[in-house]
Design a protein around this ligand. Structure first.
Ligand SMILES: [Zn+2]
Length: 401
């Protein structure tokens, strides 16, 4: 194979696995499935594009997607959406699940995504039909997208000793991550404590849906961070949503974020679903449900942005292009300059998922890259700038540039 040469590309500083010095643009040579070299472009001409590592989608729901035409949109009511999906889940077959999941994987793959973690609804002690479908797809797609799953169980079910033990055993056998939906549960701290003990006993990582609402009393994130500190760094913890953090007083939120930093906890914001489900629907919404990404960064917690729901009762729009979600996150959370926040869809989620490569670009790293047409932070959010060349294992998969 002849070496591929990418000339005069910008690499966001946070994604540089080398010292960029004063250089603005670089020549990147790929050799086989690896990056052979990264060197400043002679003469530093105008940039021809932006090079990032292939994005990592840390939070999706492959089992629910593309069902909105059957279940209807919930228009801002999370618990209506949960009830509707509960009723619809009974009709899910391995065949229908596989078709919907594959549609999502093809879209993610063509957008450039290299790894993806999906939650799978797991509402009873018995493993869901979706697990077997997921395991087959994980094997079929292993050379294209690294797939992970999280069991998504109501906290009250997972904290039940018998149910929790059974779920943890099945999750361990299938190589997954243990998860729960946490929102203002009674005896929250005690139930979370049991979940942490369960995870520690089985050697499982944790990934929570936490505080997905605007009630200031929803403080699950604080309890989880405190437990994570107690259990130590051997137990990786990811928390998605944390919407209520945005509604709490600055001092209380800062205290929680300091605990998150101390725990090494990974925070994931889900702009599309949060914008849709949170905030008023009987008038113009004011509170919008996006968590405190900037304050978290000031505390040393670099959040991820992820896709969450696609065309289901929770979010009736959207797709699996993380660069689109990134653009929305930039606008909603005032992440400027946008170049400095591209770690939210690359480096940070790669670390949250514990991937072998964290996504920093340097000689010797995998040639799994995305070359965007954008030459500055403003073009990152326009349709021309989002045009891209997807490069996987050193080969150009496709190009819309
Ligand atoms: Zn979710």
């Amino acid at each position: 194979m002849t070496a591929v040469r990418l000339e005069a590309v910008r690499i966001p500083p946070r994604l540089c696995g080398f010292d960029p010095g004063e250089a603005r643009v670089f020549d990147v040579v790929l050799d086989g499935a690896r990056v052979a070299s990264v060197t400043p472009t002679p003469g530093q001409p105008p940039a021809r594009g932006t090079l990032i590592s292939a994005p990592v989608d840390a939070h999706v729901h492959l089992d629910k997607n593309y069902t909105v035409q059957e279940v209807g949109a919930a228009q801002g009511d999370l618990f209506t959406a949960i009830r509707r999906m509960d009723a619809h889940r009974a009709s899910w077959t391995a065949e229908s699940l596989r078709a919907r999941m594959e549609r999502a994987l093809h879209e993610a793959w063509h957008s450039g995504t290299r790894a993806l973690r999906t939650h799978l609804d797991w509402v009873t002690p018995e493993a869901p039909v979706a697990l077997g479908v997921f395991e087959a797809l994980r094997a079929e797609w292993q050379d294209r997208i690294a797939l992970q799953f999280v069991s998504l169980t109501p906290l009250d079910v997972l904290a039940d000793p018998a149910a929790g033990e059974r779920i943890a055993q099945d999750v361990k056998r299938a190589g997954g991550v243990l998860g729960a939906f946490v929102y203002r549960n009674a005896e929250l701290a005690a139930k979370l404590g049991r979940v942490f003990e369960l995870a520690a006993r089985h050697g499982l990582a944790l990934d929570f849906h936490v505080d997905e609402g605007l009630d200031v009393e929803a403080t699950g994130l604080r309890s989880i961070a405190a437990l994570a500190i107690r259990h130590g760094p051997g137990l990786p913890v990811v928390c998605g949503h944390a919407c209520s953090l945005a509604m709490q007083a600055d001092a209380a939120a800062a205290h929680t974020l300091a605990l998150c930093a101390g725990a090494g906890l990974h925070l994931i914001a889900l702009p599309t679903t949060n914008l849709y489900l949170q905030g008023a629907w009987d008038r113009t919404p004011v509170a919008r449900g996006i968590t405190r990404i900037r304050e978290a960064a000031a505390h040393g917690v670099r959040a991820s942005l992820a896709t969450d729901n696609v065309q289901d009762a929770f979010y009736p729009y959207g797709g699996y292009d993380l660069i689109e979600t990134f653009g929305l996150g930039v606008q909603v959370a005032h992440l400027a300059p946008a170049f400095d926040w591209l770690d939210t869809v690359t480096l940070n989620p790669a670390r949250a998922l514990g991937l072998a490569w964290d996504g920093r670009i340097a000689a010797g790293c995998p040639a799994d890259l995305l070359l965007l047409a954008a030459t500055d932070e403003y073009e990152l959010l326009d349709p021309r700038g989002r045009r891209r060349t997807v490069i996987r294992a050193g080969r150009i998969l496709e190009s819309t540039r």
